[in-house]
Design a protein around this ligand. Structure first.
Ligand code: GLV
Ligand code: MN
Ligand code: MN
Length: 455
């Protein structure tokens, strides 16, 4: 992947229109989003579409079929990222816009999927406008500077195959494709085999990006609490994720004397509690910690477990707090090893820093929201998104719509229709401006630059 060099516009800027979508646009978006939400639907009205499963394949078929209906051609790259492309300006790079269709198990319907559906509809509106300005239905007289590609990033969630944000990490050159393709799930199936099985292992590097935009649900409460329709993401919290193995010794749960036991599950349980204690150590909810996955071996009723694998996750917007939390973690792990008679191996599996998005992109998004009369404010993202990778290589705009009660990674995840449709209007306008080259030259902030509101 290469970021486009800044180049002079060869055509008059595409006619700009900042009006909200029509009632027909909103109805079409809601209809398509509902048909997507039915794919992999769970009994609790959420979805289960883990990466490269049959349900993910069905969602990808939904994407391909809608893209064709809206005049886009599709292609898949070497790590299963799926692109829907429209070319107005032959040979020019693309503005990428999208999110992810894969989900956590028993997930909500909005996380990722909303952003992909919104991107397809933004693309449809811009393609319709371009076609209506074209005398022969082909290239409009005022073609945008850049072409447009809607993207479904492969395996953003990282639940079946770690790490998260896998497709965008490969696209941006942060993760070698062969390393990603060799990752296996708990059943031993590799990414390569799973993608081949669903017929979505493509080739090549995908389209060259000039800029990127993404819209997502907030997955927190700040926008709902402040009555804000559009969140302008200006920075991300840092994340540090670790894979941990607690080693004990298999024994009989009834007959083995307590003092002789090396209970890996006891060590793992203390680690779960330790993480919560570390979060509580800092007042003001400035640190989020969790264990999200436990794999117990042999996981049998009358056996003291010999091994537990788990995944720890720490997030904060303050580097000093992260450093102190890591020190507390190290000391706590040493104490658990001694007290629970186990040994603990810790490996950092995935991390990102507290990084700003391009301030020019935040300013451009604020202008678009103001033009559309949508309330807006700057927000952090605490969750990971593919835009965290993309912002390091091309000018990027990341937008949020509110999440009711901040619920996420839960079947009850919800964003009301008005907010969802306002988000599509907003994304359409932002992408239109990106296609006109309005963020050209907005370089990635320097590594280590401190975003506002962070330490
Ligand atoms: C991914 O979505 C993450 O927040 O880690
Ligand atoms: Mn997501
Ligand atoms: Mn998610």
């Amino acid at each position: 992947m290469t970021a486009a060099a800044t180049r002079p516009a060869t055509t008059r800027a595409h006619e700009s229109t900042s009006q909200p979508g029509t009632a027909g646009d909103a109805a079409a978006f809601l209809r398509d989003f509902r048909s997507l939400s039915a794919i992999g639907e769970t009994p609790g009205h959420g979805v289960d579409r883990q990466a490269a499963t049959p349900a993910d394949a069905q969602a990808r078929a939904w994407f391909t079929s809608l893209a064709a209906q809206y005049g886009f051609r599709t292609e898949t790259d070497r790590i299963g990222n799926l692109f829907a492309l429209i070319e107005w300006n032959p040979g020019a790079p693309y503005v990428l816009v999208g999110s992810h269709l894969d989900s956590q198990p028993t997930a909500g319907k909005y996380d990722g999927a909303y952003g992909v559906a919104a991107a397809l509809h933004a693309g449809r509106r811009l393609a319709d406008r371009a076609a209506s300005q074209s005398p022969d239905g082909g290239t409009p007289p005022a073609a945008p500077k850049y072409n447009l590609a809607v993207v479904d990033w492969f395996n953003e969630e990282g639940c079946r195959f770690a790490p998260s944000m896998m497709g965008s990490s490969v696209y941006t050159g942060k993760l070698p494709a062969d390393v990603a393709l060799a990752v296996t799930d708990t059943a031993g199936t590799s990414v390569r085999d799973a993608l081949t099985e669903i017929g979505h292992l493509g080739s090549g590097f995908g389209p060259t990006a000039a800029a990127y935009a993404e819209i997502h649900i907030e997955q927190g409460r700040s926008m709902e609490d402040s009555g804000t329709t559009i969140g302008l993401v200006h920075a991300c919290w840092a994340a540090a994720k670790y894979t941990v193995t607690v080693h004990g010794e298999q024994a009989h749960t009834g007959s083995t004397v307590i003092a002789d036991r090396k209970d890996a599950l006891l060590g793992a349980s203390r680690l779960v509690v330790l993480l919560r204690e570390i979060a509580d150590h800092f007042s003001g909810a400035v640190l989020h910690t969790s264990v999200g996955q436990l794999t117990v071996y042999p996981n049998s009723p009358v056996v003291v477990p010999s091994r537990v694998e788990l995944v720890m996750d720490l997030r904060t917007a303050d580097e000093d707090i992260l450093a102190s939390a890591k020190a507390l973690l190290r000391a706590g792990i040493a104490a658990i090893e001694a007290e629970a008679n186990v040994s603990i191996d810790v490996a950092e599996s995935h991390a990102w820093g507290i990084n700003p998005y391009q301030p020019a992109g935040v300013a451009l998004a604020a202008e678009c929201a103001a033009e559309l009369g949508l309330s807006h404010r700057q927000v952090f993202t605490l969750a990971g998104h593919d835009s965290i990778n993309m912002k390091d290589v091309v000018p990027t705009v990341m937008l949020f719509v509110p999440s009711v009660d901040g619920i996420s990674h839960n079947e009850r995840e919800y964003t009301n229709d008005d907010d969802a449709c306002a988000g599509v209007d907003m994304l359409t306008r932002v992408v239109e401006r990106l296609c006109n080259g309005d963020l050209d030259g907005a370089a990635a902030p320097e590594a280590g630059a401190r975003p506002e509101g962070t330490k």
